[in-house]
Ligand binder design. Sequence first.
Ligand SMILES: C[S@@+](CC[C@H](N)C(=O)[O-])C[C@H]1O[C@@H](n2cnc3c(N)ncnc32)[C@H](O)[C@@H]1O
Length: 402
Amino acid sequence: MNGPARRRAEAGPFAQARHLLRCGLRRVRDPTIGTTGAAAVIKYIGSKRALVPWILSTVAEVGRVAPVRRVGDLFSGSARVAHAFKAAGFEVVANDLMTYGHVLATALVAADARHYSEDALRGLLADLNRLTGRDGWFSALYAEEARFFHPKNARRIQAVRDAIPDVCGSDDQLRAILLTSLMLAADRVDSTTGVQMAYLKRWAPRALGDLNLSVPPLLAGPGWSLQGEAQAAAEAVEVDLVYLDPPYNQHSYLGNYHLWETLVLWDCPPTYGVARKRLDCRTRKSAFNHKGSAPQALRSLVAALRADHVVVSFSNEGYLTAADIEDCLGDGRFVVRLQREHPRYIGSRIGIYSPGGVKVGSVSHTRNVEYLFVATRRRPVYDALSHAAPAAGYHPRPVPGV
Ligand SMILES: C[S@@+](CC[C@H](N)C(=O)[O-])C[C@H]1O[C@@H](n2cnc3c(N)ncnc32)[C@H](O)[C@@H]1O
């Protein structure tokens, strides 16, 4: 064994695989990786899963009239929309306030699939899948004190997460790919209704399955990920079109997805309450979660945007009315509102349960109205969207712009 190989062997069980990924297999050109599989992402309240085709076709309509090459998604969340933009051929910058959102965007948008051989990734993940579960602070918190995961899976999450720094070394994108794989795997065996405010009294059937890490749907091509306030990203990024999907109400994403934040930060935070939420859920706040500050936050964000076109998702159940949003967008831009009815989030359809699993609320309504606002500096784009929307089967409400 030569010197470098011996040092790798001594550096731990994953050093050899990491070396292969970087040197031997890393620059393999395989443009098909990740492009054929469906984009599996975490369950995420407010995710635009069902609306992606509508968003893409609206952006394509803008692109038919004015060039759109670079797209910014400043509230990227699960990265589902940003991933779809990249898959559609746009150069994408994705930003979110949450660390887990940044990790997802780094793997699903920023990482270039051509730099990470699927075979090598599969090998690394197979090694991680073979690790024996172990007890630790995460399994104690989330399988014993709170019951978000079955103990057999919580112990394996503990072992895999402990090993990831060793596997990825200083490669931040590889780290994000492995953490994304772990989040996706953990999400498939959690015992919740889709948010982490509470866990189910009895194990969800999927929680009894086995944690299994698989290769996330990476895409070939360049991309960028940022973590921070949307306002800061707006000031830093110059693109052709910005997509905005801010929170609609008071429910904080950190509170709803505290486990993912803890899983990626791996900081063993102080916790509180039955759900063992991170203590910083009490202090890390977004202006978009407060009725008083949301309108001004959106107005200031829109004013800072360095893009000809803005597409905003919102619903009729949020803090802001359609008129509020049009008012924020209409300063210097032509605005078109598209809308459609949509089934509400699954949690709203099955009822409201206490942390103990007792039904404490009933379903008020099962459908809402989803809006897409397009604000553009280009009059021909406004004209095209105003005319095209009825043919697409939606209900546009052209709003006089400037
Ligand atoms: C409605 S969700 C976005 C969902 C996303 N489009 C998807 O399909 O998964 C809103 C996102 O905004 C993020 N967020 C909240 N306040 C923010 C802020 N001030 N700046 C940037 N992101 C923020 C949340 O973490 C959350 O991921």
